[in-house]
Design a protein around this ligand. Structure first.
Ligand code: 9MR
Length: 630
């Protein structure tokens, strides 16, 4: 059987939800004793374990064997593999719950030296199968995966956990497999909220990926400290948003090969969270050399097509940007997408365009430069973003190492040109820093320089690595964090947001260098205390208890059939009505036909996107007429 693989770059975890009582799997075992968090464990001493694993391909043979064992007398042997992705898989979503965090432990031995991966597979709401590498280790002896966190969200199905080995022909042995629920560690409630202490200066936020949502402790930290802004860590990037099958289908149906089709399905869980919790979102990102498939730039949207002409790419870019803004408006009309990174990382540190070529073939190269010959694509991107973005959404150029002199000069020059044309609103400084470099003074100088362009500045991906994990090392990290935040406060009238690139060290893309404000146990680090130290904690909002009288208050019930736009029939036209209409239009819910009549706020006998847009303007107090007077 041939399987095509789409590898997700974002970390994914899997969850098993398990009600032990209803789980149809055996709750094991002598080896794990009575640990109540254990959902399933096996040392493959009998056939119980064998029954729950199957081969991913068509050729593998799975059998209990004593050829190689980690503990006990037996292990699972997987032979006759014919592809690197062949191996034993374990179905999760029939035993476990979405949105819960689990931990997997297992020992795997390849027959000879190979890269062994613990991966997962799931099918998204559009039927696309995704594969994601959770953890990889190389070796030729027993490799122990210990308490690897996995989870899945409620919008996916057919979730499997599996092991694969880089060398197709190598036999694999699996022993001591265990799946258990991850413990929920309470977060510290008695510390100030980061977002609140900075609220008079700017928003404070973080980046989130779908797997983060399954950790209660993690999300409690997001809720307490980072609810000022969320950036979707990976799932709004072109490689997630571009839908290849739908794009090719569109070409087939229309003959038009300039209209890339898009989907927000990968970002759904994070965006639903932001919508439900009223969290403003930074869109990241529209035009980037990285995490963008080559087929986007090739004739017929085909991997092996020729590179398209600049003219054709301009059309594709315009349609891509248009389609993204449209789908966001349609599916999430109530989210405040207050910022979008229009172009990401277009300059090298010496202020030049990137090398022309495929980033997927040669890391750091840019297919945009390949097609345009230079960085002239930047202006087109901003022009189109300006044309299609809603008015309240600010448009940013975003990059790393922006304190490097030549890069800073190039960014400032580009920003000045675009500002002149009215296309750009701000500059995003990613700020992936290290305690040793750059100095806080150098960073502050860059920040000041960018504010002098007259544009808004946001620190968009802040993290500060340290390789010294002694008390002194973390103290130094705290000092650098404090200096960087002081600089942001100093220019606060020109800085509208500071976004950390993650919450806990363990979930960072630079986990081995402990770059964030909270440790793996969700505890605030010295760096956290250094950035809240000395800042005033705003008083908690108090809710006044309404005075009750003995006479029951009669609410005037507005006749629901008379109020256009009131889809939950509560007598008020508000955000929830907008959400209901958008959910109806995208097919998530079906509004009753009686209610639907009052969704036709443009009064043209049809309920469609223009009703959504009209209703949104009404809710945002931009337009006041709904229904028959329209
Ligand atoms: O955090 C992201 C990580 O999970 C991805 O593997 C990586 C791949 O490109 O992208 C990371 O996010 C990057 C961001 O989009 C742009 N600035 C640098 C960030 C860290 O690499």
């Amino acid at each position: 059987m041939k399987k095509s693989k789409k590898i997700l770059t974002g970390a994914i975890s899997l969850v098993l939800v398990c009600s032990l009582a209803s789980a149809s799997v055996p709750v094991f075992s002598a080896e794990t004793g009575t640990d109540s968090g254990v959902i399933f464990a096996t040392g493959f001493e009998d056939s119980e374990g064998l029954d729950l694993f199957s081969g991913r391909g068509e050729t593998e043979v799975l059998e209990i064997s004593d050829e190689a064992v980690r503990t006990g007398d037996k292990a699972l042997c997987i032979s006759e593999r014919s592809e690197s992705w062949n191996g034993p898989q374990f179905r999760l979503d029939d035993k476990c719950e979405a949105g819960v965090e689990y931990m997997v432990s297992a020992s795997v031995k390849p027959e000879w030296y190979a890269n062994v991966s613990l991966s997962m597979q799931f099918t998204d709401s559009e039927g696309t199968i995704h594969y994601s590498n959770v953890r990889s280790v190389q070796g030729d002896s027993w490799i122990d995966f210990k308490d690897v966190k996995v989870s899945f969200t409620n919008d996916v199905t057919d979730v499997y956990l599996y092991f694969e080995a880089s060398d197709a022909g190598v036999k694999m042995y699996l022993d001591d497999f265990e799946l258990k629920t991850a413990p929920v560690i309470p977060i510290e409630q008695d510390i100030p909220s980061l977002n609140k202490v900075y609220s008079k200066y700017f928003k404070v936020g973080t980046a989130l990926t779908p797997s983060d949502l399954s950790s209660k402790s993690f999300m409690d930290l997001v809720d307490k400290h980072f609810s000022g802004s969320v950036t979707v860590g990976n799932e709004l990037k072109p490689d997630y948003v571009l839908n290849k099958a739908a794009t090719q289908e569109y070409v087939k149906e229309t003959g038009d090969d300039t209209n890339p089709q898009v989907s927000l399905s990968a970002a759904k869980s994070v965006l639903d969270y932001c919508r439900d919790n009223n969290i403003p979102v930074r869109g990241h990102c529209l035009v980037w050399h990285s995490q963008t498939p080559d087929w986007f730039f090739k004739e017929n949207f085909s991997d092996d097509g020729d590179w398209v002409s600049e003219d054709k790419m301009i059309d594709r870019m315009e349609n891509y940007i248009k389609n993204v803004f449209e789908v966001v408006e349609k599916e999430y009309p109530t989210i405040d997408f207050y910022a979008w990174d229009v172009v990401n990382e277009a300059f090298t540190d010496d202020g030049k365009p990137r090398t022309a070529g495929s980033n997927n073939e040669s890391s750091g190269s840019s297919a945009w430069v390949k097609v345009f010959g230079d960085n002239s694509f930047i202006e087109y991107a901003f022009k189109f973003a300006k044309k299609y973005a809603p008015e309240n959404c600010k448009l940013y150029y975003n990059d790393y190492n922006e304190y490097m002199t030549q890069k800073m000069e190039a960014v400032c020059k580009m920003a000045a040109d675009l500002k002149e044309k009215g296309y750009i609103d701000g500059i995003g400084m990613q700020a992936h820093l290290d305690v040793g470099f750059p100095s806080a003074a150098q960073f502050e100088n860059a920040l000041k320089t960018y504010t002098e362009t007259g544009l808004d500045v946001q620190i968009t991906e802040l993290d500060i690595t340290t390789s010294d994990t002694s008390e002194a090392g973390f103290k130094k990290q705290a000092q650098v964090y404090s200096d960087i935040m002081d600089a942001a406060v100093k220019y606060a009238d020109k800085v509208s947001a500071v976004v950390l690139w993650g919450v806990t060290d363990e979930n960072s893309w630079r986990a081995t260098q402990y770059p964030l404000l909270f440790d793996k146990d969700f505890k605030a680090k010295p760096a956290f205390y250094s950035v809240v130290d000395g800042l005033e904690v705003p008083p908690e909002e108090t809710t006044t208890t309404p005075v009750t009288t003995t006479t029951p208050v009669t609410t005037t019930v507005v006749n629901p059939t008379g109020l256009y736009g009131d889809l939950d029939l509560n007598g008020v036209v508000e955000m929830t009505d907008l959400t209901l209409l958008s959910q109806h239009l995208i097919g998530d819910i079906k509004l009753d036909s009686e209610i639907l009549k009052y969704a036709d706020v443009t009064y043209d006998n049809d309920v469609n996107l223009s009703d959504l847009s009209h209703l949104k303007q009404y809710v945002l107090k931009e337009k006041v007429i709904l229904g028959p007077q329209n």
